[in-house]
Design a protein around this ligand. Structure first.
Ligand code: B12
Ligand code: SF4
Length: 540
């Protein structure tokens, strides 16, 4: 069946919506939908990005105005598991206000759960994996007046109520480069985000210029992704399976080479001259057999020397600790890397084996030490308990976390595994009895469902201890939050450690001296409300 051709389709792309993020997770323009917008604009489409997280009015009110301002032919909605209930709220609003728009869901959660999207949302189509090719094809069908059906990289509702999936291959190097180079950094409202963050952290109220400069280096950041995905296959990670899911098989790696990455850095600086830090948001920035990092660092040093980028420009990246060496650390430091994120997850070899990361264990001690000696701050992500954890595993991770915090590392701590759709843990039927479900509602509708929220340790003793630590942590956090404007992750991780001391002591296990931890916590507490607050270093 043909339909009237739409010569110049109008597309509205909506980023994932998290009202609970506030100012504190270092919000940034949604890179996925901006990249898609750039690619579609290049094809001649009229595209706007609606970002629900950086507005002066409620997202619902602002979206309503946006929807009524012109006739939108296609509305694309980005989804993640954590933000799904809010993403769905906006999707239903779109259907109410623009009933004739063709609504497409895309992103992480849509790719792993297309059936759920059709069950809970008002979607006409679900895009699987990278959205560039499916969206370009949808627009070309609309322009030609052809049916929007049977497109590779999409899932359709089948007649029997099920889902018909049409896989697509992932972008190759040339296509990925084209997509990344199309990202319209010039149009992305980083300045608006920085203004919000600077007000929230009251940068102007900081006592010294040095303190203000240090804070600005953290806040004025721009995110750049140069890689399509990380193949390491950690069992709690969803991102590692994202492209395989869309392709229906193993997707090849693609990433920018050193020269291309350098070109993007120069473009970002030209688009946002106030930028102080570029955050490489690649899931994994340096591979063990990496041939890019040293030439890239040399290229950055040379670009700084010839004035192509500011000499004080800094960098942050997320890395595998087993891909680090003293030579690489020193090169990165020289180039201006000041924080390196490491997904350490646990200091227990048994837990690391359980999450498919056993090989990193022997690199942790030497490489964290080497990073600190080089003048780089390691930011460690830790998961306090895995499904198979023992009390000793939990205690080992807490003890080591405390030791490395005192040596100068930053730490983000999570009490248990969150079963993100698509992660191996989330699909393991033996873990289902240990998975806690949460009731979810979509505001403004009668839609309700249950979503997997946590996987707790299988051993009842460990499970109870972790839940008691979590309850004690939340109590402490609640009372501290009424005193201080914002608690950065370095402080939160000390609260986790403090909360755990009496709980594990009840089992005869020593984590740390309670008075010492409390004294460390007090010393690191940011200023009380009204004075300048300290931000977290976010590497999510
Ligand atoms: C950078 C990042 C952040 C940054 C910046 C996010 C931003 N505004 O850009 C910050 C630190 C702010 C952040 C915050 C959060 N993040 Co985050 N983040 C990431 C990270 C590392 C990269 C995302 C990215 O930019 N990818 C690159 C772009 C190009 O890819 P993309 O977004 O997937 O988009 C492509 C496709 O998905 C698709 N697509 C996406 N949307 C749409 C829409 C349509 C219509 C179509 C057709 C296609 C399509 O096409 C795009 C181009 O090919 C991912 C991990 C990952 N590898 O994706 C986690 C990740 C997305 N984050 C995650 C989470 C949980 C969060 C938070 C909820 C955490 C929290 N509780 O605070 C918040 C949510 C904030 C928000 N409102 O979005 C999880 C989501 C897990 C899940 N399955 O739910 C991830 C997967 C990490 C993980 N495995 O734990 N995050
Ligand atoms: S190394 Fe990081 S991004 Fe890669 S699979 Fe593991 S958790 Fe995921």
């Amino acid at each position: 069946m043909t339909q009237p051709a739409i010569t110049s389709p109008r597309v509205l792309l909506i980023g994932p919506y998290d009202p609970q993020c506030g100012e504190y997770t270092f919000l940034a323009p949604p890179l996925g939908v901006w990249r898609l917008a750039g690619v579609l604009m290049k094809s001649g489409a009229h595209v706007r990005v609606f970002d629900p997280n950086c507005l002066d009015q409620t997202p619902q009110r602002a979206l309503e105005r946006e929807l009524l301002s012109v006739h939108w032919d296609v509305v694309g909605i980005s989804t993640t598991g954590m933000t799904l209930r809010f993403d769905l709220e906006l999707a239903h609003l779109v259907r109410r206000i623009a009933p004739h728009a063709f609504i497409v869901a895309g992103g992480m959660e849509a790719t792993f759960r297309p059936q759920l999207m059709f069950d809970l949302g008002p979607f006409d189509l679900v895009a699987l994996g990278e959205g560039e090719h499916p969206l370009l094809e949808i627009l070309s069908r609309l322009r030609a007046g052809q049916p929007v059906a049977g497109i590779a990289g999409t899932a359709e509702r089948a007649r029997d109520g099920g889902v018909l999936r049409m896989p697509q291959r992932s972008l190759d190097h040339a296509e990925l480069r084209e997509a990344i180079f199309s990202t319209p950094y010039e149009k992305m409202p980083y300045a608006a985000y920085w203004e919000r963050l600077e007000n929230a952290y009251r940068v102007g109220a900081l006592p010294t210029k040095a303190a203000r400069e240090a804070r600005l280096a953290e806040l004025r950041s721009v995110r750049l992704i140069t890689l399509n995905y990380c193949p390491m296959g950690c069992t709690f990670c969803s991102a590692t399976n994202f492209l395989h899911e869309a392709q229906g098989g193993v997707a090849p790696i693609a990433r920018l080479d050193a020269n291309e990455a350098l070109q993007m850095i120069e473009r970002i600086v030209a688009a946002h001259p106030q930028v102080r830090t570029i955050i490489f948001q690649d899931d994994i920035f340096v591979f063990t057999k990496d041939r890019r990092v040293l030439p890239l660092c040399e290229g950055i040093v040379a670009a700084k020397a010839r004035g192509a980028i500011p000499s004080q420009l800094q960098f942050i990246s997320t890395n595998r600790i087993d891909a680090m060496s003293t030579e690489r650390l020193q090169a990165m430091r020289r180039a201006g890397f000041r924080v390196l994120g490491f997904g350490i997850e646990s200091f227990s070899p048994g837990v690391l084996a359980e999450v498919n990361k056993a090989q990193i264990y022997r690199h942790i001690e030497p490489m964290l030490g080497a990073a600190l000696d080089t003048g780089v701050t390691p930011f460690l992500d830790l998961i306090l308990s895995s499904p198979g954890s023992t009390l000793d595993d939990v205690a080992t991770t807490l003890r080591e976390a405390y030791r490395w915090l005192r040596r100068g590392c930053e730490i983000g701590m999570y009490p248990y595994v969150i079963p993100f759709s698509g992660a191996a843990f989330a699909q393991d039927p033996t873990l289902a009895p240990h998975t806690v479900m949460a009731d979810r509602r979509v505001a403004g509708t009668s839609i309700e469902w249950q979503q997997a929220a946590k996987i707790l340790p299988i051993d009842p003793l460990v499970r109870e201890a972790v839940l008691r630590i979590e309850a004690a942590y939340e109590d402490m956090l609640c009372s501290l939050q009424s005193e201080v404007a914002h608690l950065p992750s370095r402080v939160r991780s000390l609260i986790w450690i403090l909360a755990s001391v009496p709980v594990l002591a009840a089992h005869g296990i020593t984590v740390a001296n309670e008075d010492e931890v409390r004294a460390d916590l007090l010393a690191r507490l940011p200023a009380t409300r009204g004075a300048a607050a300290q931000p977290a270093v976010a590497l999510a």
